[in-house]
Design a protein around this ligand. Structure first.
Ligand SMILES: NC(=O)c1ccc[n+]([C@@H]2O[C@H](COP(=O)([O-])OP(=O)(O)OC[C@H]3O[C@@H](n4cnc5c(N)ncnc54)[C@H](O)[C@@H]3O)[C@@H](O)[C@H]2O)c1
Length: 329
């Protein structure tokens, strides 16, 4: 079997490519390198530079590499940008997915793993978000992930394709410094960025109905997430694989923003107090995954804790931001 990984030179995709090749799977990566980095990929992983929106190219790659399954990670993923440019998000994340599914189905590929997000849920008022919690996304990014899931399931049914939609919670950490997230869109790199600029980290709202008043999230190590992808591809490769699967990928444990910032202070040695600012519109007080279905369906559970995420992310930050990295106080 050969798996095509779209967006495989990205932060998560490169971890997936490494986990799959380390487990003996053959993979080929298709990435336009708009935010990906080719150096993240091992030398023996073929990288085709181009867009998953290019049907002719996808058709050629599927044929030349005898692809039997697809892991689709390529997407736009910034919430704020999706609010400013919804048509771009719908065109590429949903329209582009439709084109990809058509090409994949026509080529006879019968396995498809889709990167979804906890953003499909919006802000539900529940202790643990399970896959039965109603989906009500609150921004165009989350809408395109939910519409993408519908499309994947419908195409799977129409074309006899086994599918898995993985709803990632808050991804952090790195298997190796070179693989670290170079974007500054998630809380861990955002705090590192503040410290590197010699500024205090910011907390947006400390009056939420949570134990310490700050928002609570479920952080998942990117290496655990990569192992979840491996488990999903194995499950879809079983001779009797059929139907669709939609699962949360999280740890099932909440960590508050204040707890996370305290931990970052311990790891970096920069323990300056955080500034408390106003709440940001759209932030849920609590978003923690129910992780039981992934354990049952994929035989997978997260193994790595938040300290390991922060420590590995900090090593990556220091590599990528070198001399600018914050001095240890
Ligand atoms: N990082 C997170 O916290 C998080 C959380 C939930 C879901 N996700 C989803 O996981 C996926 C990967 O996210 P990431 O954090 O690794 O982002 P990333 O930007 O590091 O990776 C995306 C990769 O896709 C490539 N790409 C983008 N558009 C492409 C196209 N049309 N054709 C080919 N390649 C293209 C980029 O060059 C990049 O390598 C996305 O679908 C994202 O929505 C990420």
């Amino acid at each position: 079997m050969t798996w095509l990984i779209t967006g495989g030179a990205g932060y998560i995709g490169a971890h997936v490519a490494r986990a799959m090749t380390a487990a003996g799977e053959r993979v080929v990566v298709l990435d336009d390198l708009s935010s990906g980095v080719s150096a993240r990929l091992p030398a023996d992983v073929p990288l085709v530079r181009g867009s998953s929106l290019d049907a002719a190219l996808v058709e050629r790659v599927l044929g030349e590499h005898a692809v039997t399954g697809v892991v689709h990670l390529a997407a736009h993923k910034q919430v704020g940008e999706s609010v400013a440019r919804p048509t771009l998000y719908y065109r590429d994340n949903v329209g582009g997915l439709a084109t990809l599914l058509e090409t994949v189905a026509a080529a006879g590929v019968r396995r498809f793993v889709f990167s979804s997000s906890a953003a499909v849920y919006g802000n539900p008022d529940v202790d643990l978000i399970t896959e039965d919690t109603p989906c009500a996304p609150v921004n165009p990014y989350g809408e395109t992930k939910l519409a993408g899931e519908w499309l994947v399931r419908a195409a799977g049914q129409a074309h006899g394709m086994a599918t898995a939609c993985l709803r990632f919670f808050n991804v952090a950490g790195a298997a190796e410094p070179v693989l670290a997230d170079t974007g500054i869109f998630n809380i861990v790199p955002m705090v590192f960025d503040r410290l590197t600029r010699d500024e205090a980290p910011r907390i947006f709202g400390a009056d939420y109905p949570t134990p310490d008043g700050t928002c609570v999230r479920d952080y998942i190590h990117v290496s655990d997430l990569a192992e979840a992808h491996l488990a999903a591809t194995r499950r879809l490769s079983a001779p009797d694989a059929a139907g669709d699967l939609t699962v949360n990928i999280g740890r099932g444990e909440g960590v508050s923003v204040r707890e996370l910032i305290t931990l970052i202070g311990e790891v970096t040695g920069d323990t300056r107090p955080a500034l408390v600012e106003d709440r940001r519109p759209g932030d849920a007080p609590r978003a923690v995954a129910g992780a039981g279905l992934a354990a049952r369906e994929l035989g997978w559970t997260a193994r790595r804790g938040v300290r390991e995420m922060v420590e590995s992310a900090w090593l990556g930050w220091q590599l990528h931001h070198g001399a600018q990295a914050a001095p240890t106080r």
